[in-house]
Write a protein that binds this ligand. Structure first.
Ligand SMILES: Nc1nc2c(ncn2[C@@H]2O[C@H](COP(=O)(O)OP(=O)(O)OP(=O)(O)O)[C@@H](O)[C@H]2O)c(=O)[nH]1
Length: 226
């Protein structure tokens, strides 16, 4: 039994004896003081336990979330994509991986300053997050790069529609202070299982497609084998 449980038990036992008033005998008054001491100890230990749980929760959150945007980070995405692979393998189902890289972000930093760039990243992250269906996942991989995992999306026409929606949410103008800033997105798309059967393979395909989309200003692109 830990210290908190022992204190709780002792307090419960003392309280079960009954109410003690100041008119009672010295031994009853001593018992009353002991109850008060145990109550204070219990409150202190409960407070310490709660504080330690909150600290644990905060450190777990920061290990899996990007500090600037609050989005799940690369580690969280690795875990999420491993789960998705195993679920979709068992269900003989597919998903799409979208690699999003902003276009023109460096110019925002250069023209308006890093703080404005930070705010823009936060706004875009919130918009992407809001655009996801439940069960889908978005993460910030670092810099101006994001990944989205879209469950049950296996057809180009479906992925086209989602990519266009994501491009629209990214490129909507954003007011930071009194500055209006705007960027675009290039998106590379890979399908599981058609393009690759593991995450490194899917990432390679989506990354190459994203570079093609950026180079030829396509907005979004698929594997060149499709
Ligand atoms: N404000 C801000 N800038 C960042 C952060 N992380 C990376 N950057 C900057 O983001 C920029 C990314 O550079 P690029 O990928 O060349 O940006 P881009 O102008 O969109 O160019 P392309 O990707 O080639 O289209 C660099 O200038 C980085 O310094 C961040 O957390 N906050």
């Amino acid at each position: 039994m830990n210290g908190l449980a022992m204190t709780s038990t002792a307090t419960a036992a003392a309280l079960a004896i009954g109410t003690v008033t100041n008119d009672d005998t010295p031994s009853q008054q001593a018992l009353w003081r002991e109850i008060q001491r145990l109550r204070a100890l219990l409150a202190h230990q409960e407070h310490a336990l709660l504080a330690s749980r909150l600290r644990e929760e905060a450190s777990r959150h920061s290990a899996f979330h990007d500090t600037l945007t609050g989005l799940p980070n690369r580690q969280a995405f690795d875990q999420r994509s491993t789960d998705a692979l195993s679920t979709h393998q068992h269900a003989a189902d597919g998903f799409a991986l979208m690699y999003i890289d902003l276009d023109g972000f460096k110019a925002v930093n250069d023209r308006h300053g890093h703080a404005v760039g930070d705010e823009l990243l936060k706004v875009i992250s919130a918009r992407l997050s809001h655009a996801m269906r439940s069960g889908d996942a978005v993460s910030r991989q670092g810099g101006d790069e994001f990944l989205c995992l879209l469950c049950h999306v296996t057809m180009q026409a479906h992925a086209d529609a989602i990519a266009q929606k994501l491009q629209a949410v990214v490129s909507a103008p954003c007011l930071v202070g009194d500055q209006q800033v705007q960027v675009r997105a290039s998106i590379g798309i890979a399908f599981y299982p058609q393009d690759a059967s593991d995450m490194p393979g899917l990432l390679r395909v989506a990354d190459a497609a994203m570079y093609r989309a950026k180079k030829y200003q396509l907005g979004h692109a698929f594997s060149d084998l499709q």
